[in-house]
Design a protein around this ligand. Structure first.
Ligand code: FAD
Length: 116
């Protein structure tokens, strides 16, 4: 493993970015204001332009054309993001994530309280 002071590689950047995106989606309101919706759309639409892994960014841009972000509320957004992440998982040969478990993974923790 590389020392912690090294610039992030594609994997570290990916983990950090998914953590940010899934957590932000988990805390997004179920009834967002028009302003919150607009800002979430801006955040997501900026990724294919700014995300500093060019092949990741262009893949995301392509999938966002056929599956535009659903920013109507927390549940729909978390689901949308989970599905996009699963598309990347599939491409990389990783296990698919159960999208009914996004709140448990990113907000509530498991029912056994082991993360409390
Ligand atoms: P990650 O995939 O980073 O996942 C982190 C954690 O999220 C997992 O441990 C799991 O608990 C949880 N998780 C997994 N799947 C889901 C899901 N569907 N919904 C909710 N939670 C989930 N890498 C490439 O090599 N090529 C690419 O084209 C590419 N495109 C990317 C595009 C984007 C927008 C981003 C953010 C990252 C991309 N990456 C890409 C990086 C890649 O997705 C992984 O982040 C990286 O390979 C590290 O993987 P990981 O196994 O540590 O877990």
């Amino acid at each position: 493993t590389r020392p912690a002071y090294c610039p992030p590689d594609v994997e570290q950047l990916g983990r950090a970015t998914w953590t940010f995106l899934h957590t932000t989606a988990a805390y997004y309101p179920e009834r967002p204001t028009p302003n919150q919706r607009a800002n979430m759309l801006n955040l997501l639409h900026s990724l294919p332009i700014l995300y500093p892994c060019s092949h990741c960014a262009s893949h995301l841009g392509e999938v966002m054309k056929t599956n535009p972000p659903d920013v109507s509320g927390q549940f729909a957004l978390s689901r949308w993001l989970c599905e996009r992440h699963n598309e990347v998982n599939e491409r990389l040969g990783k296990k698919l994530f159960d999208c009914s478990k996004t709140d448990e993974r990113w907000k509530d923790g498991p029912p056994d309280g082991s993360c409390d």
